[in-house]
Structure formats: structure tokens, C-alpha cells
Design a protein around this ligand. Sequence first.
Ligand SMILES: Cc1ncc(COP(=O)(O)O)c(C=O)c1O
Length: 408
Amino acid sequence: MTPPHFLHPFARPAASDFISIVSGEGATVRDDQGRSYVDALAGLWYCNVGHGRAEIVGAVTAQMKQLAGFHTFDIFSNPAADEVSELIAGIAPFPNARVFLTSSGSEAVDSAIKIARLTHMLDGRSERRVVISRTPSYHGVTYGALAATGLPRNHFGFGEMLADVVPVPHADLDAVERVLTERPGEVAAVIAEPVIGGGGVRPPLPGYLQGLRRLCDDHGALLILDEVICGFGRLGAWWGAEHYGVRPDMMTFAKGATSGYLPLGGVVMGTKVRQVLEADDSFVLRHGHTYSGHPAACAAAIASISLLRDDALLEQASKIGKRLAAALHDFADEGLVAETRGVGAIWAVELHPNADGKKVRDSMLERGVIVRALDNVIALCPPFVISDSELDHCVEALAECIPKDGAA
Ligand SMILES: Cc1ncc(COP(=O)(O)O)c(C=O)c1O
């Protein structure tokens, strides 16, 4: 069969067989064949408030009727961009935040890297250009974000990455310290996901993020937390930073900001960064996207954040996380899987090494559950509105689909 005109992301270009999703409500989506699935990955780790929320559709519709689009370069602004920035600054885990807006997580990460280097340069430290990032982290696909991504397969074929990005193993604080001491005065920033998502769902070791904070303070580097998955309630708090009690200098966000209803990402920066950017009244920030502060995307975010707050969905995230965790820990105790990992409402099982994650994903699809296979890790990251029975269905389907011959 000839592949369709649409070239799919992270897919085989030669593939021609796809599942066409046509509708969604709550934690359920339906395909064009009338099959329904529990969306156990909240789309692609983003649909925190669940599908089909009329409040978001209404807010976007009203915004688009009023003003469908207008840019925010230079002297222009719009009420939705101002309001969402104020809202996000208000829930930031540090005071006095400033918010830069993008349309995706990758753009947010690129922006944070550029702003980190720029901040040092404006403050008289132009030699601070190095970014320390971790393997196996996922930060996106644009060249800056890709360079920071610690998944070498994603780099394949794309040529030179951004220079001066130094990878270190994700749980190894000593490795971070070594780079900082071997390249004194050269490190602009350390970037880390509070919980590694696409790299296999890996919560930090106890004290790890605090250790990063300490090292950054000791060596004059900025700490960027990539909150693209953790932000907006995934761990049961607004941010991973808040959950772990760590104060970053910058945070990147996307996904859960609008629950995926429209594309919106961004960077939240604290005093250390904004003071430098604002110091010279004549300085112009020559960075930004056509759709930075797009009013419809901002309206979607305002409505989604309001739902998270007004429907107490962060508490719900903690609750469903506990239910999921208990069930998945049983899998590990029974030797069905090699490991169970997670925190809040993001969990995964690592299958035994001989098991094929994609096969498990496919058999789960046949049982009406969508999960994500990251090699031999099966990730679950459901919408916060998932019901107990839907969650139990996901767990039962997973139990049925894990190869029994892989059990220890
Ligand atoms: C932690 C993290 N950062 C950045 C990104 C990139 O976001 P986007 O796909 O919106 O560019 C992702 C996407 O999954 C992510 O999980």
C-alpha cells in the first residue's frame, strides 16, 4: 500500500497503516472504525484535564471570534497572552517570574538555552556557553533541544548538533560536578527533567535535584528544569520543582499548559535571569516566534489551568497515581516485570529484557488501551479525570499483555 501524503512524526515513512482518532471525551478516544480506547497516555503526555472539555472549546471559540490571531512582537500584546503569563507567574515556584511564550516544548527548550547563554553574556560572562544535559533525557527535536536530548538514536542522520552541550548520565551528580570543575567559568546551565519522561519514566534519586541546585549555585551556572511533562499537575503539584522542593532559575513548559487543546509552550524565568534581561533599557531580545503569545492558544491555556485549579484536578492526579502505583508495584513483586517506576500520575513498567514493548502496546490496543512503548518500558500517564474502572481496565490489560515467559 502507498503511504499517505501525511509524513508522520516518529514513524516509519514507509508505513501506511494508522489508527485514525476521530473523537474524545474524558479519558476515552474513538477511532474511525468505531473502536474506543482508554487513553492511558493522555495523548502524548499532555491531556491533563481530559478530552472534550466544553470550557476550553468555549474559551477558544470566544477568543477566536474576538481576535483569532495577532502577533506580540515588539510593541504589540493581547489580553490572553498577558493573562496567561500572569496566571503562570502566579503559580510559579519562585516569586517575580517572567514568562516567554512559544508553541512547543522544543521551542521552549531552545529558548531557555538561548536565554541562559544570553543572560551570562549580558552580565559580562560571554565564555559561559556550555550546557550540561543528561542521558537518557528527552528535550525535543529542534537542534538546541535535540542536542540536549540524551537519546543518541534521535541524533542519527541529522549532522552537527549544537556545540558545547555536554551529556552526563542522569543519576550521576559527580559527573555534573566534574564538568563544572574541569570547565570553570564555562558552564551556562544545567538542564534536567524533574522526572525523565520519554527517556523511560525515571524519577530522580532522592536529593538529586537539590544536588543539582547546589552545584549550580557553587559554580555560577543556571538550573533549567524541563517541566514539559511534569508541569501543570502531573506529579500532584503545579510543577516538578514544587513537588521536589527545588527552585530552578528557569522552567520550560508545554503540553499540559493547554492540555494539548492548542499548541502552547514557554519558559518561566526567575529574578536572576529577568534582572539581567531588564537591566539595560535599550537592550532588545532578538528572539521569538510568530505564534509567541497566540491569543487562541493562550485562551486554551487559561481555560485549562482554570479547570485544573477549580476542579481540584491536582489532588485527583495524586489519587489516581496512588491507585496505579499500587497495582504496578504488584507486577514487580510478582516478577512479571523487571521494574516499576513513577511518581504522581506518571508511571511505567520496565519489561524483562527479552520482552518486546511494541508487541505489548499492540496487544493492549486490541484490548482498548493506549499506552506508549519506550523500547521495553511501557509508560502510563493518564488524564487526571480517568475513572477508577478505566484505570483498572488499563492495569488488567497490561497484566494480560505482558509476556509470561519473560517472568523471572
Ligand atoms: C520533557 C520534554 N521536553 C521537551 C519536549 C518537546 O516538546 P514538543 O514535542 O512540544 O516540541 C518533550 C516532548 O515530549 C518533553 O517530554
